[in-house]
Design a protein around this ligand. Sequence first.
Ligand code: UD1
Length: 417
Amino acid sequence: MAKLTIEGGHQLSGEIKISGAKNSAVALLPAAILAKEKSTIFNVPEIRDIEYLIDIMNLLDCKVTHKNDALIIDNTNLQNKPIPEELSVQMRASYYFMGALLAKFGRVEMSFPGGCNIGARPIDIHIKGFEELGAHVEIIKNRYIITANKLVGKRIYFDFPSVGATINIMLAATGAYGTTIIENAATEPEIVNVASFLINMGIEVRGAGTKKIEIVGTKETKNGIVEVFPDRIETGTFVIMGALIGKDLRIKGIIKEHNEALFMKLDEIGVKYQIDEDVMTISKCENLKATNIKTLVFPGFPTDLQQPITTLLTQADGKSIIEETIYENRFKNTYDLNRMGAQTNILTLNKLEIKGPRKLVGAKVIATDLRGGASLLIAGLIAEGTTEIENSEYIQRGYSNLVTKLTNVGAKIEITE
Ligand code: UD1
């Protein structure tokens, strides 16, 4: 168990560089199985999920080497083996081995994936997609066994534009005969990042980033090379910190189009910032105004920034309402926020009311999930006194070199194991 200790009230000044996106990187590693032999993935974040994925790749006899911020993956000796529970439950993204191994070998055996406890998080859309491509899916105890003599491309409609299912079916479809068309696909930037990797390997993928994606299956792939996009959720988290306690804080690695919904909401709240090319400069803003936010699939407001922005809204004047439409259990952070002095109130299962501005005071709190932990971290940075966050390993799952990055810009933050 790790603990973050934060002494609140220290201005953040200097430059923070955004790392590669967790949710892209965790899909790009399993996708590397599909390359002819070698892949190079640049700008890989240093987070636990990547270490767990490398463990799975090692188990499958893939050779993974680090070179600066890049990973070089050699799948020449790749073997198809069951992925055991102790590896699969470490993260949600282990499910991308389903699509990748199914495309490569026509068979996958793995235990249930894990991930943050923020709702039921079923994977029925992935499973239905595999079945539509011709796979047979068996669930024995807590193991999925997915087999296909032959995968055949098909037009598949998603009942919900799931990020994970879109990527997983794209991966599986690379091994299918003919063309697969995904209708009502997710449009998140991570999907474009994965598609660009597949295209670089010589696989025909069209329409990624729109609601209709076409994939032409092939076994004739080339070696692959790709750069992980900057993490839009890490970006948003640091931008929120900058609005609350920055002093000319420079955030490098901004892709404006990836965070449009956040920036529009910040405008409504009265946050002032300047963007020059990929650098944002932001300072603490006064007279923040309450607003209403509804989480939606991309390009709507991302659910992964819902908890971080809740902390910002505790400092805004008036009553804000947040409606969470993606997950059913994503307000657990508000219990501890209230203990620190916030005034939030869960109105219904997916509606939260926040009244501000409220002065926050340091407290001993517990991170219950990744982004909930981030919201407490932001609170700790602006609170009077010291905040201790237990279970902080949740937070480090999503933020590369978090303590070093924050210390370098003036935060007083320490981690103890
Ligand atoms: C990904 C991100 C996560 C982010 C989420 C939504 C990764 C590793 N994680 O998660 O950080 O919060 O997108 O932007 O990329 N659903 C089903 N059946 C399915 C699949 C999903 O009911 O088969 C539901 C989920 O329970 C959830 C919603 O659809 O309520 C969104 O899920 P999805 O878009 O699949 O998110 P993930 O890929 O799990």
